[in-house]
Ligand binder design. Sequence first.
Ligand code: GDP
Ligand code: MG
Length: 283
Amino acid sequence: EKPLVIALAGNPNAGKTTLFNAITGARQHVGNYPGITVERKEGCVTCGGHKLHLVDLPGTYSLTAYSQEEVVAREFLAHERPNAVIHVLNASALERNLYLTVQLLELGAPVLLALNMMDEARAHGWHVDSEKLSRLLDLPVSETIARTGKGVDELLAKAGEYARENTTGEWKPLTISYGPDLDPVIDEMAQTIERDQFLTERYPARWTAIKYLERDDAVLEQGRKAGDTAHKLEELAKRVAEHCRATLNMDPEAIIADYRYGFISSILKQGVLTREDRSERIM
Ligand code: GDP
Ligand code: MG
């Protein structure tokens, strides 16, 4: 039986390595990604009679090519198509951490959330309704305290089950709106990309279109190998950027970030994240 592959993704310091160690114990292997110094940590466990192969991805804040780590993480996801991706979040900084969740979902990855550092979140007076978050994002959510091992077994069971449901390698990208200035352009670019086999080999068309607007260096460079289509996309992206700067005094990149945070806050505001009134306890 081929083991199911489960990747761990998350911001640096969210507790990925602690969680990875809690799950795999001593059964792990540390190496490097070929040709670069980014560490690659892997381990195997059996859960519910199934073999699971876990990969601890490098810590990243986004999936745009700002750093080698981000390129490694997204290429791993796109090329190796893990059966599940555990996104480890620092629950005490939920809003900021969900920024990566949105990008993982836009890629189409089968994501489940580990709301880690629940002890920290509680100590800061945050109340997180993880069931509501699970319903609104339509994905499994677990609460964990990786440092003490709390919730880790439940998370692993959920991840194993989720991985078993995702064995076709067919991913379903989330579509969010980027507003009236960008949505029509993204659609137009995605249609152009869709017609080019080379450009749709790894990433969803809409995802690539957004990357052109974000001026993602790795995507631009890769696209140039496709020739004409990429040139057209770059020209279009340039015109849109000029338009956004002239009318909104903003780069497309900033507009995209704003809409992602808008999407996140619209979810959190539906009762997912509340702050306890601690005035009584302060006395
Ligand atoms: P990574 O960068 O995501 O791999 O994060 P690490 O696993 O290295 O953890 C970063 C720090 O957070 C370490 O000092 C951990 O001991 C600590 N940590 C991890 N999980 C938890 C948790 O659930 N609660 C608390 N309070 N600390 C944690
Ligand atoms: Mg780590």
